[in-house]
Design a protein around this ligand. Structure first.
Ligand code: CA
Length: 229
């Protein structure tokens, strides 16, 4: 049973209605706003659980809406961007939005992304944290700091281990190169090619076939996503 309230901020009435109808069919409560100002007002007055945000709004840049929301709230935000808005999309992810879909999208894809956000919300409220992580051939024992592939222990450097834990903690969510760099190295840098280098090493160690990875998926031009089975 699904009782999440989702706020759709989208100025295209056709898209907004289409999403609203699909979400309602799946049991979500839906609120809609057709401008940034209305969206921010609906957010503060209705306290929705998730926001679907179009980046191209008539009165304000979607990026500014995210900045405004993030000053006061960690509400999950899913960005809906148009093709050609790559720069904005990455900026939005760096600002801490949870995921994005690019127009035109399949409703099934959007629903899947919403379910990932939902699962992550449930997980972060779950206590205590699991001490062992399993996924297919991969096992991570957090207490003993051991990583196994098919019950065979593999050696990861401290950076590789940090990378892996960050990806697992954000399973299903796309992380930008900038975000990963900041989280793992602890500071911001314009040169994030180390992320690619270390990610390639990590893949060589945990993936059976690096050309067809089953754990660490590449989001071309954006970053990486840990497979959400
Ligand atoms: Ca728009």
């Amino acid at each position: 049973m699904n009782k999440l309230t989702i706020l759709i901020v989208e100025d295209d009435k056709y898209i907004s209605n289409f999403i609203a109808v699909s979400l309602e069919k799946d049991g979500y409560k839906v609120l809609t706003a057709s401008s940034a100002a209305e969206g921010l007002f609906m957010f503060s007055s209705h306290n929705p659980d998730v926001i679907l945000l179009d980046l191209g709004l008539p009165d304000k840049d979607g990026i500014d809406v995210i900045k405004e929301l993030r000053t006061c709230s960690e509400v999950p935000i899913l960005v809906v961007s148009a093709r050609g808005q790559e720069k904005e999309k990455i900026e939005a992810l760096d600002l801490g939005v949870d995921d994005y879909v690019t127009k035109p999208f399949y409703m099934g894809e959007l629903m899947a992304r919403i379910r990932v956000v939902e699962r992550n919300m449930a997980k972060s409220s779950m206590q205590p944290e699991e001490s062992i992580f399993f996924s297919k051939s991969l096992t991570v024992d957090y207490d003993k700091r051991r990583v196994l592939i098919d019950d065979r222990e593999i050696h990861l450097t401290p950076i590789e281990y940090k990378l892996l834990l960050l990806l697992i903690a954000n399973k299903g969510k796309v992380l930008t190169h900038n975000y990963i760099f900041k989280q793992v190295w602890g500071y911001e840098s314009i040169d994030t090619k180390n992320v690619r280098v270390y990610m390639a090493n990590l893949r060589r160690k945990i993936e059976k076939n690096t050309a067809n990875p089953q754990f660490i998926l590449t989001e071309v031009g954006v970053g990486y996503r840990f497979a959400d089975e």
